[in-house]
Write a protein that binds this ligand. Structure first.
Ligand code: FPP
Length: 219
């Protein structure tokens, strides 16, 4: 049976190692990673995914060398310039999760415009996690005195069904820690720049074999 809503989250890992293995600068890996993201967004609705959340830049990534951070921010601007109109045409709504106040100018305004231009998209909700920390998101929500699990979920976002992490690492890395309470996990050794529609289909096939009990018995 196909689920009506399906939220997949991806930790896009391995860009640096992919590039270094070729003797290229890490930024080349991030550029190739952006292409992998475009392929994945295109494939997602065809595979029944309704919400896709991708980890593009964690709040801990500010600790990386300034040049790499600059390259990632430049890529983010590129992504918005190149993909906004296409996503709007194809029914993809894009939003940002994470802090916006530390993003360098002119990104905050560009993000607002991207969200406004794509807000009517019904085919896929693409959520870009940028300057994102799961712990900080929970802290921020708790400051507004949430009184129940439902209220917390309403503040943070929908529960995740499947988390995919590439590059052989098997960690959560502060990604959607409330929302993935009952998520299934799929790990693949493939580096993110090599990830494609076939890998996504394989991860979903794996997910559909799982017996999700949410703490109950199978009966
Ligand atoms: C992790 O690989 C990847 C990132 C920190 C950046 C992810 C960014 C993209 C996929 C492209 C940009 C897209 C947007 C929308 C901004 P890593 O660098 O940690 O790889 P490593 O573990 O091999 O060093």
């Amino acid at each position: 049976m196909t689920q009506r809503s399906l939220h997949v989250a991806i930790i896009m890992d391995g860009n640096g190692r992919w590039a270094q293995g070729r003797g290229w600068p890490r930024a080349a890996g991030h550029r190739a990673g952006m292409e992998a993201l475009r392929r994945t967004v295109e494939a997602a609705p065809k595979l029944g995914i309704t919400t896709l959340t991708v980890y593009a830049f964690s709040s801990d990534n500010w600790k990386r060398p300034a040049g790499e951070v600059r390259a990632l921010m430049a890529l983010f601007r590129n992504y918005i310039r190149r993909e906004t109109a296409k996503c709007a045409r194809n029914g993809v709504r894009i939003s940002l999760i994470g802090r916006r106040d530390r993003l360098p100018f002119p990104l905050p305004g560009m993000v607002d415009e991207m969200e406004a231009a794509t807000r009517d998209g019904q085919k896929l909700h693409l959520r870009l996690a940028v300057d994102y920390s799961g712990r900080d998101a929970i802290l921020e929500a708790a400051r507004s005195s949430v009184a129940s699990r439902e209220e917390m979920s309403a503040r943070l976002g929908p529960d995740v069904d499947l988390v995919i992490r590439t590059s052989g690492e098997q960690r959560v890395s502060d990604f959607l820690i409330w929302e993935s309470a009952y998520a299934e996990f799929h790990f693949t050794p493939r580096f993110w720049p090599d990830f494609g529609a076939a890998d996504l289909a394989l991860a979903l096939e794996d997910f559909r074999q799982r017996n999700r009990r949410f703490g109950a018995t199978a009966a």
